[in-house]
Write a protein that binds this ligand. Sequence first.
Ligand SMILES: [Zn+2]
Length: 85
Amino acid sequence: MICREATQAISQSFDSKLPRLKRLDLAIHTMLCISCRRFQRQMVELHQNFEKLGDEVTSDIMFELPVISRERMTAELKQLPNSAD
Ligand SMILES: [Zn+2]
């Protein structure tokens, strides 16, 4: 495996599972090649950051939406005429 193939395989490994033989080739290459090992580490870190970012965005939506709708509901309830009379 050459470096270009190795970096391609590294990128690919985040999108889909690599064939066993390719994974083995890549493992051997990254073991011997420092620049591809560094590239792989950077990709892993990048991927983890994206996942973290995704979690934050999702949790923001999950927590903010109910707050907004609760506040709006309270405001709208106050505007309603008093039905007790
Ligand atoms: Zn390499």
